[in-house]
Design a protein around this ligand. Sequence first.
Ligand SMILES: Nc1ncnc2c1ncn2[C@@H]1O[C@H](COP(=O)(O)OP(=O)(O)OP(=O)(O)O)[C@@H](O)[C@H]1O
Ligand SMILES: [Mg+2]
Length: 251
Amino acid sequence: MNNLQILVSLIDSNRFVFVIFGFHLSYMLVCKDIQKKYETLHVLQGVSMEVKRGEVVSLVGASGAGKSTLLHLLGTLDVPDAGEVWLNDIQVSRLKGKALAQFRNQHIGFIFQFHHLLPEFTALENVCIPGWLGKRPQRQVKDRAAALLERLGLKDRMEHKPAALSGGEQQRVSVARALINQPDIILADEPSGNLDSVNARALHQLFFELRAEMNQTFLIVTHNEELAAQCNRTIHMKDGKIVEATPAASI
Ligand SMILES: Nc1ncnc2c1ncn2[C@@H]1O[C@H](COP(=O)(O)OP(=O)(O)OP(=O)(O)O)[C@@H](O)[C@H]1O
Ligand SMILES: [Mg+2]
């Protein structure tokens, strides 16, 4: 390949344009003009946003505004009808099949309101599973899972199955599971929606500690105003559109 061909292929891959403007480098997650319809319901009507590495961003809005739909699209669990999703240097909306599953496993951690722990596995095994699916060495995964559970205050509960854990403990197990593959970003959908206020506060505190310790990036859908107020930024959604968002803070 000569220099001209290299240049053309870089431009063709969209990367070059981003690098030139220095735009892409500072953002971990970028989405542009996302559209999503369910039959006649236009759920997302041109959503564009970005998240920087190390930011904790909240996504708020009334029920039905499209928050979960957007989070699923950003997390590659669903595909937009139009628009682009970029995570690091990769346009994830172009990934398919095995490559997509692998990318999701390696780069994205999820925390849901109902943590979806597998009832027949122990806390430790639940945390290990995404690591094993990612074909990482078994011992290494187990050691990291144990260290994470210990860090999250569950040292003495790791051999228990979910039914023998409290709601707050189960949610902390799901945080450890989200962290096992050292994801670039954790996408959380109402993570404290099912917790009492004491456990909710403790979970929120944990997010900020993980940001401080690991520079972990979070995008959190929440109805919890206290949590939203603690975040670097809040993005407000209404009827499938972003109606208010503060610019990404320089961190
Ligand atoms: N798979 C689907 N098929 C059809 N309609 C859907 C589907 N998923 C979501 N919707 C609709 O899209 C709209 C947005 O849903 P979404 O779950 O994104 O809202 P939300 O902002 O997360 O609300 P909440 O705060 O109640 O969780 C709703 O009207 C919902 O009924
Ligand atoms: Mg929702």
